[in-house]
Design a protein around this ligand. Structure first.
Ligand code: PLP
Length: 222
């Protein structure tokens, strides 16, 4: 099937309250244009370098989401245009995003990444770390980031029940954090979880944003 058919099929299959972040990493701008012409507007990249190379070549009404690990010294390259950063995994990064957003006169929506996998390699806060972060005075004074929810990545495994329990856990952390810190907020409502292999489970467990590349663009060659 073509990229256009893939995206239309996925759109038809996914409930309306779930946003599809089309992960276009390692894919050329021509492929992104295929999805764009099918009406898709939200794309995700995981590397700053690739994002800043593609963004100027593509239509201005694309919403760009940064979904990968982000170094504080690279925030300045994307702060002027990025529509959401899914991968805030330290106070230092939150401070850097706020500072760079302030310089460009923007408020950048972000998600806090939670470590839900039992793999060392995945970034993110534990629930305790999340609570300390949200209690901190330093975070509460920031005016140029807006915390819209949480993001997580499940363990890379075939064990679907394990994946489900990790997504369920993220949903529970989301509810606790919302009640404790964002009860009055209309913005704190996103749970970014689910990739090509597990988005159906993620939606069943409360995902509001799936980040899918392979099911739209096909396998990536490295
Ligand atoms: C690559 C990537 C995805 C999408 O992966 P697929 O398996 O191709 O859907 C989702 N989230 C992050 C953070 C990624 O780096």
């Amino acid at each position: 099937m073509s990229i256009q058919e893939n995206i239309r099929k996925l759109d038809a299959e996914i409930p309306g309250h779930v946003a599809i972040i089309a992960v276009s990493k390692r894919k050329p701008v021509e492929d992104i244009m295929q999805a764009y012409e099918a009406g898709h507007r939200i794309f995700g990249e995981n590397r700053v370098q690739e994002l800043i190379e593609k963004q100027p070549l593509l239509p201005g009404d694309i919403n760009w989401h940064m979904i990968g690990h982000l170094q504080t010294n690279k925030v300045k390259y994307i702060a002027g245009f990025v529509d959401m950063i899914h991968s805030v995994d330290s106070l230092k990064l939150a401070l850097a995003i706020d500072r760079e957003a302030d310089k460009t006169g923007r408020v950048i929506p972000v998600l806090l990444q939670v470590h839900i996998a039992d793999e060392e390699s995945k970034f993110g806060f534990s629930e305790d770390e999340l609570n300390s972060l949200l209690d901190s005075q330093e975070l509460s004074v920031l005016r140029n980031i807006r915390i819209d929810g949480l993001m997580g990545m499940a363990t890379y495994t075939e064990d679907l029940e394990k994946i489900r329990s990790e997504f369920r856990y993220l949903g529970e952390v989301f509810s606790r954090v919302k009640n404790a810190y964002f009860a009055g907020s209309d913005h704190f409502r996103q749970i970014s979880m689910g990739m090509s292999g597990d988005y159906e489970i993620a939606i069943e467990e409360g995902s509001t944003m799936i980040r899918v590349g392979t099911v739209i663009f096909g396998a990536r060659t490295y």
